[in-house]
Design a protein around this ligand. Structure first.
Ligand SMILES: Cc1cc2nc3c(=O)[nH]c(=O)nc-3n(C[C@H](O)[C@H](O)[C@H](O)COP(=O)(O)OP(=O)(O)OC[C@H]3O[C@@H](n4cnc5c(N)ncnc54)[C@H](O)[C@@H]3O)c2cc1C
Length: 426
């Protein structure tokens, strides 16, 4: 791999505003700075959050973090989960997924706060970060975008990028209500920390009844607390349910009222949790990720849902491609078009994985649940890996448009271009 960068030779650097400092935002800032752009990031949260539930970096996204020089640090932080065990109502193991399938090969799994911190630290000296700030209003004036911030400040930028997640503020301001783009998967989930009463170490346990799942995820050796998730079938949240946390707690409690196993204990913990969060399981599907001088990246553009396990990787890869295309084109319209054209097949391939994730994690009928348990019980870990890698929805995709790319799996189905660019002003 060789990547050559020609720094901005012109006296005026293109100014980019990014909304959101999680994965997509700082990764985009990293590359844009390398290409000579002047980057500002606004983040609604007052500060970085540490810890958090585990996320995966896989396939092509591993190539991205390797090019950023972050892979060795991520390897050190790799959780190395040993297994995911499906259990019955008595807590007995029914089937198990081994480490190869949880994060195989070169892939890494780290607490989300670790990756965010690494991304932000790698850009902190070169990028302006403004925590506790949001975009309140923006006007695309043709030659630039005038932005009014929540702190009352006003500034103009050449382009604005929304990297502000599933419920993107930038998307709502520029493209309209989220309801136009949401693709519901039919579930809601609650997340919270709870004491590790089972003594779990670097592993997850998963208890199902049809249409519901309780997951406990232990990060590290016998941590004091584990990440708990309670997910249940619920087609769509009403507006009130989406706003009202007490209502969300009650919905979750009702869904698990007759749940079995330790769900009564978990419901008690959920009702008392001060770190409770709740959301619908949904994807974002848009026909275009840009309008005028504003574009979206990561979950804001194309959230695949956690059932695919690919949201973080798509965010990192999308950031790499968007930065490269902005740097390669003086005209932002051409850059956004190329970004869309090159990334979209990879996104769609990964979004399509949601059905497989749903069938694995939350079978909705007793028959599907039994089939899931049987199939995992029958498989050895290595069989599982190979069957996963040869499933029907793989396709070769190459950003470089090469004619005969080898067939690769969905995680690696996009080959990174080497952006060798001289930056010019739009
Ligand atoms: C429970 C759960 C488990 C998951 N597990 C996995 C997994 O195993 N593997 C995986 O790859 N993915 C997983 N995901 C998905 C993954 O977390 C997302 O796909 C990923 O975080 C998307 O990154 P992003 O940077 O696009 O957006 P986000 O990480 O959502 O970041 C958006 C950022 O924008 C900020 N923001 C929001 N609104 C504003 C505003 N108005 N102004 C300024 N800033 C704003 C937010 O504070 C946040 O920092 C999981 C998600 C959940 C909920």
């Amino acid at each position: 791999m060789s990547t050559h960068f020609a720094r901005d030779a012109s006296p005026v650097r293109r100014r980019v505003l990014i909304s959101g400092a999680s994965f997509a935002g700082p990764a985009l800032a990293f590359w844009l700075h390398r290409y000579g752009f002047a980057v500002t990031i606004v983040e609604r949260a007052a500060a970085l959050r540490s810890g958090g539930y585990p996320i995966d970096v896989r396939g092509t996204a591993i190539d991205v973090v390797e090019r950023m020089g972050l892979l060795p640090g991520l390897r050190v932080a790799h959780i190395g989960s040993k297994r995911l065990t499906f259990i019955d109502g008595e807590g007995r193991a029914l089937a198990e997924i081994g480490p190869e399938m949880m994060t195989g090969g070169r892939d890494v799994e780290v607490p989300r706060g670790v990756l965010t911190k690494m991304l932000v630290e790698s850009t902190r000296d070169d990028v302006i970060y403004r925590f506790g700030t949001s975009i309140e209003h923006l006007v695309d004036r043709g030659e630039d975008v005038e932005v009014t911030f929540s702190d009352g400040g006003r500034e103009s930028f050449d382009v604005v990028i929304g990297a502000d997640g599933l419920h993107s503020n930038t998307r709502a301001l520029v493209f309209g209500p989220e309801s136009q783009f949401e693709y519901p998967i039919g579930f809601c989930f609650a997340g919270f920390l709870t004491p590790n009463t089972l003594g779990l170490s670097r592993e997850a346990v998963c208890y199902n009844v049809p249409g519901r799942v309780a997951v406990l995820y232990a990060v590290g050796e016998r941590p004091e607390t584990v990440h708990a998730f309670l997910a249940f079938a619920h087609p769509r949240l009403s507006e009130q349910e989406a706003r009202d946390h007490d209502r969300q707690r009650r919905l979750t409690a009702e869904a698990f009222a007759d749940g079995g196993w330790k769900t009564a204990e978990l419901v008690e913990a959920m009702l008392a949790a001060d770190d409770f969060y709740f959301d619908t399981v949904q994807q974002i599907r848009m026909l275009s990720w840009s309008r005028g001088r504003v574009a979206l990246v990561g979950d804001a553009a194309h959230a695949p849902s956690f059932l695919t396990g690919q949201g973080t990787s798509l965010a990192l890869v999308g950031a790499y491609v968007l930065a490269g295309e902005l740097a390669s084109h003086a005209d932002h319209t051409a850059a956004f078009a190329a970004y869309d054209r090159k990334l979209r097949p990879f996104v769609e391939l990964n979004q399509a994985r949601v059905d497989q994730g749903r069938a694995t994690l939350i079978p909705v009928t007793q028959q599907q649940l039994e089939e899931r348990n049987r199939s995992f019980a029958d498989m050895t870990s290595s069989d599982m890996t190979s069957s996963d890698n040869t499933s029907g929805d793989m396709a070769p995709i190459d950003t470089a448009d090469s004619a005969a790319a080898p067939t690769v799996d969905f995680r690696s189905a996009l080959s990174l271009e080497d952006y060798d660019v001289t930056v010019t002003r739009s």
